[in-house]
Write a protein that binds this ligand. Structure first.
Ligand code: NI
Ligand code: MN
Length: 229
């Protein structure tokens, strides 16, 4: 498969058979994004949690592409209410899709979509995804704090590439993300969720250097950069 990083938490996976998975499409209002909601294509749109910088352009993209939305049960209801196809899941559950298996795993965070009146629409518990397709295992951590149960991912999976937030303030920062990378034991760790806003400004190269000190393989992906896994 090919994985392209589109800034913040947004990834686009193109599987060997051409199936396309878009994760957390925060494009409008994201100055770092290299995508345009009108042209990006996806067969499935996966959403880790209900915050605006993850739900992003979900509604317009999923509608335009007739894509299936994958997320929490509450997020799926929200998508269906907006006329979209959706597959709701919950923490600890895995499902075999035509393209491969997705397991929804814990993230320590919150999950509400801010409404025009300032209230929050509850969209289920925040999550990460373990995606198995093309014989590879990808872990997208979503927005999470460091917590010891991240070790459970390494118990169950041999992760090829882990995408971990390093921005701090809203998620774990670089020091905790190194501990998370040690827990997950992925072949390769890629930092996400940084530099989009002033409060999450980080030096990803410094993070990768800190990983190297722990004998872990890290890689900074530039916005728009594609890796073949
Ligand atoms: Ni969040
Ligand atoms: Mn976020």
């Amino acid at each position: 498969m090919q994985i392209t990083y589109h800034s913040h938490s947004c990834l686009r996976l193109v599987l060997n058979d051409g199936t396309t998975l878009l994760i957390d499409p925060f494009i409008s209002g994201n100055e770092l994004s290299d995508l345009t909601p009108e042209t990006v294509t996806a067969d499935y749109v996966l959403i880790t949690h209900g915050h605006g910088d993850h739900v992003g352009d979900l509604l317009s993209i999923a509608k335009k592409n007739a894509a299936t939305v994958i997320g929490s049960a509450e997020l799926a209801s929200y998508a269906e209410h907006h006329g979209l196809k959706a597959h709701g899941m919950n923490i600890g559950g895995a499902f075999e899709f035509p393209f491969g298996t997705v397991k929804m795993v814990f993230a320590q965070h919150s999950s509400g979509l801010t409404q025009a009146d300032g209230t929050s629409l509850y969209l289920g518990e925040p999550a990460g995804f373990v995606i198995q397709a093309d014989g590879k295992t990808i872990y997208h951590a979503g927005d999470t704090a460091y917590f010891s149960d991240l070790k459970l991912i390494a118990e169950d999976f041999k992760v090829d590439v882990a995408f971990l937030p390093i921005g701090d303030n809203f998620t774990m920062g670089p020091n905790d993300a190194v501990k998370a990378a040690q827990a997950v034991e992925a072949e390769q760790t890629v930092p996400i969720h940084f530099n989009t806003f002033p409060v999450i400004k980080q030096d990803p190269q410094k993070f990768v250097a800190a990983l190297a000190e722990k004998n872990l393989n890290g890689k900074v992906m530039a916005v728009g950069e594609t890796m073949t896994v």
